[in-house]
Design a protein around this ligand. Sequence first.
Ligand code: AMP
Ligand code: GLY
Length: 424
Amino acid sequence: MNILVVGGGGREHAIVKKLRENSEVKRIFCLPGNGGMEQIADCVPISAKELDGVIEFARAHDIDFAVVAQDDPLALGCVDRLHALGIPCFGPDAQAARIESSKVFAKDLMKKYGIPTADYQVFDAPEAALAYLDEAAYPLVIKADGLALGKGVVICQDRRQAGDAIGQIMEQRAFGEAGSRVLIERFLTGPEVSVLAFTDGKTICPMVSSMDHKRAGEGDTGPNTGGMGTVAPNPYYSPQVAQQCMERIFLPTIRAMEAEGCPFKGCLYFGLMLTEEGPMVIEYNCRFGDPEAQVVLPLLKTDLLSIMQAVEGETLDRINIEWSQGAAACVILASGGYPGSYETGKRITIPEQLPENVTIYHAGDKLTLDGLVTSGGRVLGVTATADTLSQALESAYAAAQTIHFEGMFLRKDIGRHALALLED
Ligand code: AMP
Ligand code: GLY
């Protein structure tokens, strides 16, 4: 079989590695892929956002199955267009992808179907938003409606910060068109859990839970990033919480999408906060998380391609999905300055031999005549699996120490809260 994977980060590397385990898979084309994936996929320099190029490539290459892994092509209708060519796909169509691409769509869906989430207001004009801020209670959270690389969320402690945020998002358009509408919502507190789930629109199978570390600095300080590290499973996600989430959030969400005429097929990501009032949805994503995929997929025992085909064929109820009992940890190695501006083109050194339980997922790098060099903010994800979380973290950090590029930085406290809870 020939497989097409659309996207080029660490998440796509984790997906490709897993698809490679199926012996029927012959070629995997990754658009655009990255420097570290070249050994297991044919990386083609077509941007995942350049939909015409992606579709032209698919038409010309006898693709048997496609996995659209990145948010922008999903929102732009990549799956709709691949389906129109007769290519089976894993991923939601554009209508269903609105669950991520429009926060207002997602919040209105939750409100209509009674799915627990923070109370909110929607504003289309800065004047009305600013007037609301004069009366509001603080802290509060301001979110750009559209896709903003995980950076369109500002937690505001007071009126001044909130006014600045509205100015940046709605007036200066720091996130472009994504900021033409904003949500202002109640600030919630509690541990955060990421749950990715396979769903064919009728059946939903949650994967092993995970915990992301979104802030750039240690102790959860500094600006939000795409994610600086993950652990799985998330110890806050007890069987009792899992049951509540299934009854109050997961099943109601896929039924709501079906009732709205846009059933969701693919990987649905629930960003949850475990509040004193019970689990609430902070956000939905219409795809695997990055770097959540880098800890969840290594624990998957069942063949990934078979699951993806069952999602597309709407036969997920016939598959038994199995997971390893152990744990996984992923530490991101980032370019100095990320998530702000950073330099690229720095040579990367990685030891030839790594321990068997360690995998390096490449994200922001490219292969040049000089070897592997950095080309993005999040450069590598060092994942280790082990029987326990503490062993997984130890292996991931030990391997991270053997890797080098100029300006490299990492958070040293990935998994610290999770370990403290386990040791309690
Ligand atoms: P999002 O992009 O919607 O996941 O938001 C990014 C991060 O902002 C989340 O992971 C939370 O840590 C935080 N956040 C978002 N919404 C809220 C909220 N209503 N209350 C508290 N924190 C929030
Ligand atoms: N790690 C968060 C995300 O993928 O959106």
